[in-house]
Design a binder for this molecule. Structure first.
Ligand SMILES: [Zn+2]
Length: 163
């Protein structure tokens, strides 16, 4: 999908109407058309990135877009917490993770405790490792991949993150 066929790009351009909560040059927040709870909103960078993996490294404008995207998300979550009592954030990347619109977005889902939505089920233990060595191998793979990606951004982990 490119930005020409993208429904969120069309919303960002104003070609498709939405109930806007926030709009700036880089960021748009609007109410979800099928809300899980009252006030359920989506926050998007106006620039089209399909997933977090599609945000280019070393790109100052992409960096600024993501920084503002998360800042608006954080502040909208704060507003939702103050208005409703709580909020869940949900961000899906790729069909394997349940992403249905291929434009980077963050759900801000206000929660009132007694609403109709089940508390998110974090199935503790479902990803249990077969052994400590399997756990350590996966940790090492993620550590190395993250270190390489972070280095491209000029970010270094502290020595304590290495095992
Ligand atoms: Zn898009």
């Amino acid at each position: 999908m490119n930005d020409k066929d993208c429904i969120f790009c069309a919303i960002a351009r104003g070609d498709i109407p939405s109930v806007k909560i926030w709009e700036s040059d880089r960021t748009l927040a609007f109410l979800d058309i099928s809300p899980m709870t009252k006030g359920h909103a989506l926050v998007i960078p106006k620039a089209h990135f399909a997933t977090l993996a599609d945000v280019p490294s070393g790109d100052a404008e992409a960096d600024a877009a993501c920084r503002e995207w998360f800042l608006v998300t954080r502040l909208l979550a704060r507003a939702a917490i103050e208005r409703f009592g709580g909020a869940n954030l949900l961000q899906c990347n790729g069909p394997a993770a349940g992403q249905t619109v291929g434009h980077l977005h963050l759900h801000v889902i206000p929660r009132q405790g007694a609403d109709a939505v089940a508390q998110p089920e974090f199935v503790s233990g479902a990803g249990k490792y077969a052994s400590d060595s399997e756990r350590d191998e996966i940790a090492a793979q993620l550590r190395e991949a993250l270190a390489n990606l972070a280095a491209a951004e000029g970010l270094r982990a502290s020595a304590t993150s290495a095992r």
